[in-house]
Write a protein that binds this ligand. Structure first.
Ligand code: SF4
Ligand code: MG
Length: 329
């Protein structure tokens, strides 16, 4: 399978008042052509920082890529100029954020912005671009698309603007779509519609999708593979069926404590006690130890590695590794 996005050993650090915060600490994620990879975990686990790093959009954060590599179609993104990067974004690489980072331009009408993106990327003439724009607005569930096209962003509600952003990201048939909580703020019907759209895009255009979400129902419906993140690290990775049928990491088991359905937000699960550690109280060993019912001596002393536990399954947990050897070191 053809690799579209390869994030390898990514380290993104924040320089705060109290020193360095390792928001992303050695994360590796690959997304192949036509594949949807879910990245799941609670807030503060480094999911969004991983996606912002991949799009090289850290400038509004105190973050900085301190190590590792990010490749798109084999090209190193970290070596591109800002201008080259801008050409990739919104073209071959598109993104959808819950709080649109690249918000709509307030001085242009919705239609103009959408049509320009479509003309640029799909090479349609003006008339065809307008028809496509209206179609896209209808597909993301916007009523009176023919009118909205003549309105300015401020005339729309936040939820409507979010859908315009989604239409814009999908209108250009990107090769890679990075979606960070794309539907969280929307109602369930619209949410289902937008997930359908993303599936269509993947099936018709072989788009690779990295889908960052709290929502285990969305993961179950959309993803081929799932990466579970905790405290800036990947703690488990496998295909979606295995994840739900045979989760290995105690954190994943906690997340999947109930049957996933659309709208099942991991933030609201009470199956895991305690909270994600803050940088100030980051445990020395396994970062999950303070919340883990299985924690052993070794867990408090050393952080386990992410190791293969099965074909197509990796897990970062001492329950699956040689503890005695670890304690000798
Ligand atoms: Fe729990 Fe230990 Fe596994 Fe960490 S390494 S998840 S503390 S059992
Ligand atoms: Mg986030």
């Amino acid at each position: 399978s053809e690799k579209m996005l390869e994030i390898e050993d990514l380290k993104t650090y924040f320089h705060g008042d109290d020193g360095i915060v390792k928001a992303v600490d050695g994360v590796t994620i690959t997304v192949n052509k036509g594949e949807t990879v879910g990245v799941v975990g609670e807030s503060g686990c480094g999911k969004s920082v991983t996606s912002l790093s991949a799009m090289r959009l850290l400038h509004d954060t105190p973050g900085e890529i301190a190590g590792g590599s990010i490749k798109f179609e084999g090209k190193s993104l970290l070596d591109l100029s800002e201008k080259e990067m801008r050409q990739l974004r919104g073209n071959d690489m598109a993104m959808i954020f819950q709080e649109p980072m690249t918000s709509l331009n307030p001085v242009y009408k919705i239609g103009k912005q959408l049509e320009e993106a479509i003309r640029l990327h799909l090479k349609y003439d003006k008339k065809k671009a307008r028809q496509h724009a209206v179609k896209m607005l209808e597909m993301v569930g916007l009523p009176r698309a023919g009118e909205i096209i003549n309105e300015y962003p401020y005339q729309l509600s936040g939820g409507m603007r979010q859908r315009v952003m989604i239409a814009m990201a999908m209108a250009c048939n990107p090769k890679l779509l990075i979606a960070d909580e794309p539907t969280t703020a929307l109602d369930v019907t619209i949410q289902a519609q937008i997930l359908d759209l993303m599936r269509d895009l993947r099936d018709k255009s072989d788009t690779a999708i990295m889908l960052i979400t709290h929502d285990l129902g969305v993961v179950a419906e959309m993803c081929d593979r799932v990466v579970v993140m905790y405290a800036g690290k990947v703690v488990e990775e496998t295909d979606v069926n295995t994840l739900y049928e045979n989760p290995q990491h105690p954190y994943t088991k906690g997340l999947i404590g109930s049957v996933p359905k659309l709208g099942q937000d991991v933030e609201k699960l009470d199956s895991i006690r305690g909270n994600v550690p803050t940088p100030a109280n980051m445990p020395k060993g396994c970062k999950f130890a303070p919340r883990c019912d299985f924690a052993m001596d070794v867990c408090w002393k050393r952080d386990p590695d992410l190791l293969k536990t099965d074909d197509n399954h990796t897990c970062r947990c001492w329950l699956y590794q040689d503890q005695e050897k670890a304690l000798e070191v």
